[in-house]
Design a binder for this molecule. Sequence first.
Ligand code: TZP
Ligand code: MG
Length: 226
Amino acid sequence: MAVDYSLYLVTDSTPAILGDKDLVAVVKAAVEGGATIVQYRDKTSDTAELVRVAKQLHQVTKPAGVPLLINDRVDVALAAGVEGVHIGQDDMDLKTARKLLGPDALIGVTANDREEALEAAVNGADYIGIGTVYATPTKENTKNVIGTAGVQHILDDLYLYDQESVKTVAIGGINASNVQRVMYQCASPDKDLDGVAVVSAIMASEDPKAAAYHLRDLLSRPPPFA
Ligand code: TZP
Ligand code: MG
């Protein structure tokens, strides 16, 4: 399955970001606006609730051909029958997740540095979420803020160690005001970044469809300073 990673939406159900909007309605609007892949990220709901909401989200993403991934929870991904998972360094290890989900599942891994990125690539991650690019109130306990130069170094290394087939997205503090700069500054001469992952730029917007559309439009254009 060819996956488009260009505009990767990570959900957030907290009132600080979602406000009083409906999560499923926001994801539906974002997909209509052009989000190409969605990760359901919810650190507080219990398992039954996660599965229930994941199934609702899948009803929105699946007809649009947009893959739905679950943050952290391989069990929830299996129960809801979605396309995959996104796992961090403290979650289930990649090889176990692959064994449970099978070869066709999409599995992404968070990486803050070259060791984490290379390990994920070598062990068969489909994509790597590289960050944190810029400090962000959305996730306060981020290990490192690595900037666009940090992302570029990781991309350089993936190429150097023959891991250029793994896909990559950058995450952390990315929005319409910096998305073109992020894509331009992160790209290494030998390995491009495949997309950007955003939370608040879409989830906190009063018009998530327009926000996603605007980001896609910016991503489709060459940066003005190139
Ligand atoms: N991982 C690293 S930063 C981050 C996650 C989940 C949050 C990004 O949120 P935002 O609102 O796009 O800065
Ligand atoms: Mg995690």
